[in-house]
Design a protein. Structure first.
Length: 255
């Protein structure tokens, strides 16, 4: 019979004790935690700005030489802080009433912090009844105000009488604008703004006043293709008008 040295027997006893404790712990449902072998994952950082644009063909950039970069929405996106998120929901030809079903739900689902809205051109030239337009705009702004925490910026009607499209008779427009004199078109645009402007204020949004800007008064700001949409230069001005209000109202970090 051989005997182990005292030091070896002591080590074996210690190992048996540790093994017994480990097995007892596992039987009781204890979790064995592995040592960390690398850096711990960092918490998800939300984007500094979540920007959503609602609109029609103007939001798409129709009339610009390169709509993907020279429209007013891409120009605004380019100025946002790094790592911001952006969603352009613009649909060419859409009316405000249809946008309530097609664009608004997506806007709400995005949980935006910044929203721009411009729905005027199609409804104006196709003679949407102003009472209906007002009700739809009220619905849109109510939902955006109540279901988001976003700063909302809404553009009104520019002086449509200065656009070649209307000066030439608006042949494919509705009966309220087709063949109407420039003075009549100007009066109609003013009438629309007497509805739009108070609704913007009612919902705590910020008005981007296009009527009193020079957006429609410079020929180079209007697309030569249709005399209706902004040109690349016009979209640059439009982006500046929106951006001036966005920064003045501190809608982005550091502004």
């Amino acid at each position: 019979m051989s005997f182990l040295p005292l030091r070896t027997r002591s080590r074996m006893a210690l190992l048996i004790s540790l093994l017994t404790l480990l097995l007892a712990g596992c039987a009781g449902g204890a979790q064995v935690v592995q040592p960390r072998t690398g850096a711990s994952p960092s918490a998800t950082v939300p984007p500094p700005v979540v920007y959503v644009a609602l609109g029609a063909s103007d939001a798409v950039g129709v009339g610009a030489d390169d709509p993907n970069t020279q429209g007013y929405i891409p120009r605004i996106i380019a100025r946002l802080p790094a790592h911001s998120a952006a969603l352009n929901l613009g649909v060419s030809g859409i009316l405000l009433h249809d946008a309530l079903a097609q664009e608004l739900p997506q806007a709400l689902a995005a949980h935006p912090t910044l929203i721009t809205v411009w729905f005027v051109g199609n409804d104006f030239r196709h003679c949407t009844p102003l009472a209906q337009y007002a009700a739809d705009l009220d619905t849109l702004l109510t939902q955006l105000q109540q279901q988001t925490r976003a700063k909302i910026f809404v553009a009104n009607t520019p002086d449509m009488s200065l656009l070649p499209y209307f000066q030439q008779g608006a042949a494919d427009g509705g009966p309220c604008v087709r063949g109407v004199s420039p003075s009549g078109i100007r009066a109609l645009a003013q009438q629309w703004n007497t509805v739009i402007n108070p609704l913007v204020a009612k919902h705590g949004a910020v008005l981007v006043d296009l009527f009193n800007s020079d957006l429609a008064s410079h020929p180079e700001y209007v697309s030569s293709q249709d005399g209706f949409h902004p040109s690349s230069a016009g979209y640059a001005v439009l982006a500046d008008l929106f951006w001036a209000q966005i920064t003045a109202h501190h809608a982005i970090p550091g502004s």
